[in-house]
Design a protein around this ligand. Sequence first.
Ligand code: SF4
Length: 372
Amino acid sequence: MAWRKALEKGYKRVGDISEQFQLSPNEETQLAEIISHYPMLIPEYYMSLINPQDKNDPIRRMCIPDLIEEENDGFLDTSGETENTVMTGMQHKYPQTVMILSTNQCAMYCRHCFRKRMVGITEEETVSKLPGIVDYIKTHKEINNILISGGDSFMNSNEAIQDYLESFTSIPHIDFIRFGTRMPVVLPQRITEDRELISLLSAYTRKKQIYIVTQFNHPRELTPQAVQAVDYLKQAGCIVRNQTVLLKGVNDQAEVLADLLNGLVKIGVIPYYIFQCRSVLGVKNQFQLPLSQGSSIVEQAKRKLSGQAKSVRYAMAHVSGKIEILGSMGDNSMIFKYHQAKNVDDASRIFIQKVTTTLGWLEDISQEGTCK
Ligand code: SF4
């Protein structure tokens, strides 16, 4: 497979990037240490999007390791994934949805990944026995959709993808299936040069609607190759939607964010979340913006958007649920609303929270809406 060969040739070691980014011997040593526990893999295609003259290039920030990743601030599991795991490789947080960790592999290891604890490192959390998962879903009739995530779900072989689709599309109470993948963004040839994958998706989406959930974070990622990959998926009958992560130094300007969201709508991809960057160890200090600043950027960007693009929600994937960040009250407080709640009593709950100008995450929310 051409895409597998492209990954074999990807940039993995410090020596692969040292000359291009003019790393000093000291930087080489430090980055090698980072890569030993937070792996690096960058396909040639994605590397070609970087402007090597610009140390602060947004594409570079998303894929080249930075010394700040070593700062000891943040948590490994900010969304309570461990406590939502009902069997190895499957999480069941909301009644109607299960999420499958199908692989720990990605075509590109995003420096901002919230599963940095596992991607490219350990298979402890990923699926080992599909039949047990299928049995669980069959006996839980409240589940109507399945998210196949990872890692990157399109890192699975076509045979493995077919196994998932064959198993899940035969369950009567499943309405739709989602694949979480950054392949259209980081390695579009996985889609454009693999007719077998497109045939599979085309066949199974006629049985149960398939959604592709991808993650474009910057308008420069919307290249002709990426647009072609999206086109192939749409022609196969899949619905393509986008989740953006709000990232310091990447898309934290209203114009950039608006260009991205308008660009997505232009190619028929509906943006549905802008996620607040989580307080992840190795991520927080490099990429997280304060909530008040993030809200201001999103609101300014929205002024440049059509209604289609404005359907996006600025949200945080919290331990207690998906919390929409509705906006600022102008008196150091902000309004939030549960979009998805783990606890039924929180469903649709709106609350007001005092925030400092530096607060980037809500750690512990009481029923009164106070953050401890
Ligand atoms: S593709 Fe997804 S899972 Fe993989 S590193 Fe990027 S954000 Fe993490």
